[in-house]
Design a protein around this ligand. Structure first.
Ligand code: SRM
Ligand code: SF4
Length: 575
């Protein structure tokens, strides 16, 4: 007998293509929360119900319901936003959210702290700026990421076009979104720099690709443009690596079955790098992507949500099965993969002139948090830039920001604004500070077991101190941290990672690379800060003494201990 469907499958089945009782839940003035089933459905519309975990205990003692609010995530293929869209998101942050914008590891905006009665107005404000939130979360294809550092080249533009087409192609076709949030309207480009609302037929919905129960689990796609692997293509369920011949896009290598999420202590759950499958010409991208999605739709596990990503479908049935199933559905196998080479997964910071003659400047935004606090008046500064900038903004998969396509004549004004608002951290920060990532974690993420974003600045300070102590100041080191093993900052693809286990306690992972092609592995479990620093002090000292030439930390660890325990004894000897 097959295992029963998971409760979320039943909610989807009964939802009338993602409607459920969301409209009634949102309108109910008696609580700040949604009905339970609707908390699942709202994800497909780009939002999560959350509560402020810092206030939980206090509210409980006061016999109040938790401080419910909503996080809203945008769909922004390739992370592109116009200055007008930036201003609109900035307005949303002030008017409806907690006064900050969050750039995510998938090139999207998030706002936190929107209360239920303002959800509709918030989503409408984003849509009026031609930014929607459809499928930003939920069991669907999420925001499609695309490499963002080719400096406005034709290839970059082509990759971006494919990311948009892929996102559109795999979107749910249900009109529930327009019905619930926009009173049956949809915003379209008005052709004069603005938008206008047009009516949507909400009576005849079908889901030709996804089907009425959508996918078994979240699904992620991305396109990398070598040599940069900023999208961490091997972390995607469905990845495409652009192959360039004679300066032109000749096609893509397909990779499938990547995913980072796992659960502590449950070996049946694990992070997995996507497998390299084959090569396809550009014009087959949508067909191949759809076919991979349909395989996962038909074979993915709908009973156990911890075992429902494409990576498990592939591993359960075997990679040869996946090749055969794909070939059967496509009417023949793909060509063998073409050679490619990645040099790094980090961002290209600072100023550089693109192939199009325009300037790009990549800013360091720790954890993607844009606020007027701590680091300086960053939100105000970017607002001022969005008022004069004539190019666009590009959110990177490393939570940073490119101000793209700046004319030479406009550069001094932008530079002055960056300086005035202390937005020049990329010039001041050490490599480890520049490249580090942390997920959101506390206080908004309900799954966080430990701090991440709020702890990152302090942790990086400690890493800098330890590197300095071992004579390694200024060395690049890719460090990432998350508040739990779900992997939202893709920590498994860092040279050094801390993954939250309990308040103040982390598992320490080492040995990944800086190109996003090799995962790290567990070194020590359940460490408090003192033990983390003691262990890293020993490891860094050993690395400093025994590295070959400019060997990076992750490569060093991997060379010495390609498998098995990492044992440096007292840490005093040579390798
Ligand atoms: Fe994530 C769940 C934040 C990228 C794997 N992720 C969550 C939730 C929604 C918590 C929840 O389920 O209630 C977090 C909301 C926190 C908050 O308060 O904002 C959350 N994930 C994020 C973001 C904002 C992290 C960031 O600091 O930027 C990223 C939003 C990306 C976007 O714009 O769409 C984010 N999440 C990722 C990534 C990285 C990526 O996709 O490149 C991963 C690892 C890749 C993967 O999916 O395997 C990731 N998030 C997860 C998982 C584990 C999934 C799994 O297969 O086990 C969960 C939990 C779940 O789905 O059950 C999760
Ligand atoms: Fe939350 Fe865990 Fe994702 Fe961090 S990794 S945002 S703690 S789900």
């Amino acid at each position: 007998m097959s295992a029963p469907l998971s409760p979320v499958e039943k909610i989807k089945t009964q939802s009338r293509l993602l409607r459920g009782t969301l409209a009634e839940s949102v309108a109910d003035p008696l609580t700040g929360a949604l009905r339970e089933d609707d908390t699942q459905l709202i994800k497909f519309h780009g939002s999560y119900q959350q509560d402020d975990r810092d206030l939980r205990e206090e509210r409980r003692l006061q016999k109040l319901e938790p401080a419910y609010s909503f996080m809203i995530r945008t769909r922004l293929p390739g992370g592109i936003a116009t200055p007008a869209q930036w201003r609109a998101m900035d307005d949303v942050a002030t008017t409806f959210a907690n006064g900050t914008l969050r750039l995510t590891t998938r090139q999207a905006f998030q706002v936190h702290g929107v209360v239920k009665r303002e959800l509709k107005a918030t989503i409408a404000a984003m849509n009026a700026a031609l930014i929607d939130t459809i499928a930003a979360c939920g069991d669907v294809n999420r925001n499609v990421v695309a490499s963002s550092h080719a400096g406005g080249s034709d290839l970059e533009a082509e990759v971006l076009r494919w990311s948009r087409r892929l996102s559109e192609h795999l979107l749910p076709r249900s009109t529930a979104y327009y019905e619930i949030w926009l009173d049956g309207k949809k915003y379209v480009d008005s052709g004069d720099g603005g938008s206008r609302a047009v009516s949507v037929d909400t009576a005849h919905d079908v889901e030709p690709i996804l089907g009425p129960t959508y996918l078994p689990r979240k699904f992620k796609a991305g396109i990398a443009l070598p040599p940069v692997n900023d999208v961490d293509v091997f972390a995607q369920d469905l990845g495409f690596i652009a192959i360039v011949a004679d300066g032109r896009l000749s096609g893509f290598n397909l990779v499938a079955g990547g995913g980072m999420g796992a659960t502590h202590g449950e070996p049946a759950t694990y992070a997995r790098l996507a497998s390299l499958i084959g090569f396809l010409p550009p014009e087959r991208l949508l067909e191949v992507a759809q076919t991979v999605v349909e395989i996962q739709r038909d074979f993915g596990d709908r009973s156990n949500r911890k075992h429902a990503r494409l990576k498990y479908t592939i591993d359960d049935r075997g990679l040869p099965w996946f090749h055969e199933e794909l070939a059967r559905r496509l009417g023949g196998p793909l060509a063998p993969p073409q050679p490619f080479r990645f040099t790094g997964s980090g961002d290209r910071f600072g100023w550089y002139q693109g192939e199009n003659g325009l300037w790009q400047v990549t800013l360091r935004i720790p954890s993607g948090r844009i606020a007027d606090r701590g680091q300086g008046p960053w939100r105000s500064g970017l607002r001022r830039i969005a008022e004069v900038h004539t190019g666009h903004f590009r959110l990177t998969p490393n939570q940073n920001l490119v101000i793209a396509d700046i004319a030479t004549a406009d550069r001094p004004a932008i530079e002055a604004l960056l300086r005035e608002h202390q937005l020049d951290l990329h010039e001041r920060a050490s490599p480890v500070r520049r490249d580090a990532l942390a997920c959101v974690a506390l206080p908004t993420c309900p799954l966080a077991m430990a701090e991440a974003e709020r702890y990152l600045p302090e942790l990086v300070g400690q890493l800098e101190r330890l590197l300095d102590k071992s004579g390694l100041a200024g060395e690049p080191l890719l460090a990432r941290m998350t508040g739990c093993p779900n992997g939202c900052a893709r920590p498994q693809l860092a040279e050094l990672a801390l993954i939250g286990k309990a308040p103040g306690r982390y598992n320490l992972y080492v040995g990944g690379d800086s190109r996003g092609v090799r995962m790290n592995r567990l070194h020590r479990e359940n460490l408090d800060e003192t033990s983390i620093l003691t262990e890293l002090d020993r490891l860094f000292a050993y690395w400093a003494r025994n590295r070959q030439s400019q060997e990076r930390f992750g490569d060093f660890v991997h060379r010495l201990w390609p498998a098995g325990p990492i044992d440096i004894g007292t840490g005093a000897g040579a390798a």
